[in-house]
Design a protein around this ligand. Structure first.
Ligand code: ANZ
Length: 800
């Protein structure tokens, strides 16, 4: 057994002292290999983190050996709720708590031998970092993409803050916060809003050029939710108002039974006849209690109220009753729909309930509602046409009443949080509430005892110096909100490029920054969990695209290739969680088995993108395998005999180069490891070797996976350490053609298989065949009477 504690410490010290993994001034091909930086929680590193971090480390090390200049950094997404809640509970400040957690994380990462350039470390809570988060915010404001608006927000009483749509999940039909599962309700509040909707089209179109999993692209596409349709203009009988409805099925225009508007529609009051007023007001009140999901669910019983007024059909001039119903949302399309019961499910339910006419306008033999394409009927000038033809014809004939319109499901990003531990907004308000951008850094005030917020303002409202600022005799106050945790993570991958070894940053808006971005962007590989599909990854793409439009970054997209690692489950196959008691602690395993064993084990568990259950026995097996390698190397280092060449060994090691390289390039690390295992088994069958070259080659192939052991193996071979090595070239001409496999027949029936090695005689073939366990059982009680062997074709053994 090798002494992993000693060996791993020794090499970690060596790498650190020699700054082996410091980012070089770019002079070769570049590789920017990025991890999703962790939130430094009190619980420390999770074996789930290690999976992605090992994968990127393998690629980084492989690329370095292959002559690339590599940027492989790490940092801390360190603002956030847990530190704040800890501070509220204990009366301590979140900063020292956060720093302590960071120290622990860094120590853990170092103990695993990841080849990060720690000079590039960034921390989102560092004023040197967030001064640039604030700068981006100010640029967004100047571009009209950030504004304060009184809007219906998602208020979470349990967390005492507003949440973004992306931070809310549905549980049993109720909206709750993703963190903590607290109920979320709609409530009008003044909030910072970022106009991500202005980038909807760009964010959609940008997906095309990305090498991302299709499932992830689909999630983003659906979240952006682009619908191409039409707006139809409806005149109102006896009024001067007009209504617009949004539809993706203009062709069904002749099947309309009602125009239904959202209870929040600004025209509701004006279109309600006096006799209907009480009923309508009551309905609006009830709607306020429901969330969007409750309102729009297909199965939900439809409700509504007829307002008493009528719209005029744009093609037939018929009078169409105007209703309100809560399944029409104000936030989508035009906040109004044309109700076509025969061809839309929800409209059908609505019409059934209120006895509206159901006018079928597409020929079919099935039951209504009929949702498919077909020939139109009862539709005047589009009779006999299909959907597409109908739409084209109506566009032409109703061109002043119908216009093309694109609607997006994407909502603007609510960007304030009523919290303390976040980036302050770089703004001041005077007593008339006029807003001023602050040029310099606005530092989070050092509050000794954070008080819980009341329901509309953050804890900063309790800070005297924050609320009373006097400049040139004039009074101002700061914003009491802070930015959401997504702010720092929306641009941190740029901050690594800006970070200098002395701890300073090149200014984000400088020529120097531009030059560095030209060199290093985009990120070549980004690995992280699937849970960030529509949060971090959409926000970061938005900011990046905005910075591209400003001319700050040279690429439209930040992350060219992205891989979602699978979940590492507990030994019971369940998601690891404290409450289930199935959490595996990496520190203990580094101690007992060593970092290399842990790294190799996690990569060997299965395909990177699959979910995999933990199994400590397999970890033991990997550790034994590493011991075997170590023992073989110590043995062979003393048993090199300059006897004849061994073409078989040369062949196998050159084949291994190809296999490992190919599988690293395909991110199939488990297969690469199994190929190395086969080689080590083969090596174990040799008594001595003719040269250490194959061993040296093997150590280099192993090094991305088990870097400490690989360094030690090179050391044993008296070879230079990894930073002076390069990825081996496979000598294809040394690879022997594959040995033929033939079936072993016993009395004419195939009972097994055998690989025929080139130098084998007929006796070797028979001896090897008959000594196989699965063949033994067919012959052990009999006598071999005849052997028929046609080289490389047939082996038939006749027994009696
Ligand atoms: C008439 C119609 C007839 C419709 C038909 C569908 C089928 P997507 O694809 O999700 O964009 N709609 C429009 N605005 C709405 C709102 N604010 N709240 C609720 N529903 C709304 O869906 C577009 C369809 O959703 C639109 O097309 C409209 O119903 C409805 F046979 O118009 B349709």
């Amino acid at each position: 057994m090798y002494n992993h504690v000693e060996i791993e410490k020794k090499w970690q010290k060596y790498w650190e002292e020699k700054k082996v993994y410091q980012t070089k001034e770019l002079s070769n091909k570049k590789a920017y290999i990025l991890d999703m930086f962790p939130y430094p929680s009190g619980a420390g590193l999770h074996v789930g983190h290690l999976e992605g971090y090992t994968a990127t480390d393998i690629i980084s090390r492989y690329k370095r050996l292959s002559g690339f200049d590599v940027l492989h950094p790490i940092g801390w997404d360190a603002f956030g709720l847990p530190a704040e809640q800890y501070a509220l509970k204990t009366g301590n400040h979140p900063a020292p708590f956060t720093l302590k957690n960071i120290d622990n994380f860094r120590k853990q990462l170092k103990s695993l031998g990841f080849s990060y350039d720690y000079d590039k470390e960034v921390n989102t809570t560092d004023p040197k970092f967030y001064v640039w988060t604030q700068w981006i915010f100010k640029e967004l404001y100047k571009a009209g993409l950030a504004s304060i608006e009184e809007i219906d927000v998602n208020w979470c009483e349990g967390l005492g803050t507003v949440l973004a749509n992306e931070e809310i999940i549905e549980k049993n039909g109720i909206k709750v916060s993703e963190r903590g599962n607290f109920p979320v309700v709609k409530k009008p509040m003044k909030q910072w809003v970022l106009k991500i909707t202005a980038y909807a089209e760009k964010l959609l179109e940008g997906l095309d050029e990305l090498d991302w999993p299709e499932s992830l692209k689909t999630l983003q596409k659906n979240w952006i939710g682009k619908s191409v349709g039409h707006e139809v203009l409806w005149k109102i009988k006896n009024y001067n108002y007009e209504l617009k409805t949004f539809t993706t099925r203009l062709d069904t225009l002749y099947g309309v039974s009602a125009v239904i508007i959202s209870p929040e529609h600004p025209l509701v009051a004006k279109l309600t006849l006096p006799s209907k007023r009480a009923e309508v007001q009551n309905y609006i009140k009830e709607t306020k209690l429901k969330n969007e999901l409750e309102r729009t669910q297909l199965i939900k019983e439809k409700t509504g109220v007829f307002l008493g007024s009528y719209a005029i059909h744009p093609a037939t001039n018929q009078l169409i009753p105007i209703w309100i119903s809560d399944y029409v949302l104000m936030s989508y399309g035009s906040g109004a729909v044309m109700c076509v019961p025969a061809h839309d499910e929800r409209d059908y339910e609505f019409a059934k309930k209120y006895d509206l006419s159901i006018n079928c306008v597409i020929e079919n033999n099935s039951s209504l509602p009929y949702l498919e394409d077909g020939l139109h009927i009862n539709s005047d000038l589009i009779n006999g046409l299909n959907i597409q033809e109908s739409i084209e014809k109506l566009e032409l004939s109703l061109d002043n009443k119908v216009s093309r319109k694109i609607s997006f499901k994407l909502r603007d990003w609510i960007f304030s949080r009523q919290r303390y531990w976040g980036e302050p907004f770089p703004v001041l308000f005077d007593e008339e509430n006029n807003l001023y951008l602050v040029k310099e850094l606005v530092e989070l005030p050092d509050v000794k005892n954070i008080k819980s917020s009341n329901s509309t303002e953050g804890p900063l409202a309790n800070v005297e110096s924050w609320m009373n600022v006097v400049i040139n005799g004039k009074k101002y106050r700061h914003d009491t909100n802070v930015m959401p945790q997504w702010a720092g993570s929306s641009w941190y991958y740029l901050a690594y490029i800006l970070k200098n070894p002395d701890g300073s940053y090149a200014p984000l808006n400088s020529e120097e920054a531009k030059k560095r971005f030209e060199s290093w962007l985009p990120v070549d590989l980004y690995i992280g969990g699937q849970e960030h599909a529509v949060l971090h990854l959409l926000y970061a793409r938005f900011w990046h695209r905005f910075l591209f439009d400003l001319g700050v970054v040279p690429t439209k997209e930040p992350f060219y290739k992205l891989i979602n690692q699978g979940l590492i489950l507990g030994p019971d196959g369940q998601k690891m969680s404290k409450s289930l008691g199935n959490v595996i602690n990496p520190d203990e395993l580094v101690e007992s088995h060593g970092a290399d064993a842990l790294r190799v084990y996690e990569m060997f568990m299965g395909p990177l993108t699959d979910s995999k259950a933990w199994n400590t026995d397999s970890l033991d097996g990997i550790r034994k395998w590493l011991d075997k390698i170590y023992n073989q190397f110590t043995y062979f280092a003393k048993n090199v005999k300059l006897i004849d060449d061994n073409p078989e060994l040369d062949s196998n090691i050159n084949q291994l180069i190809l296999d490992v390289e190919d599988n690293i390039n395909k991110y199939k690390f488990n297969i690469a490891i199994s190929k190395m295992m086969v080689f080590i088994n083969y090596l174990g069958s040799l008594e001595n070797i003719h040269s250490i070259t194959p061993l040296k080659t093997f150590a280099i192939l192993l090094s991305p996976f088990a870097p400490h052991l690989a360094e030690e193996l090179l050391f044993i071979l008296k070879e230079k350490s990894l930073e002076h090595q390069s990825w081996p070239f496979a000598q294809i001409d040394k690879i022997l053609s594959k040995n033929p496999q033939i079936g072993i027949q016993i009395n004419g029936k195939v009972r097994g298989q055998i690989e025929i090695l080139p130098h084998w005689t007929e006796d070797d073939v028979v001896n090897n065949a008959t000594s196989q366990e699965n063949i033994q059982k067919w012959i052990k009680d009999f006598k071999i009477v005849k052997v028929i062997y046609i080289p490389n074709k047939i082996l038939n053994i006749i027994v009696k």
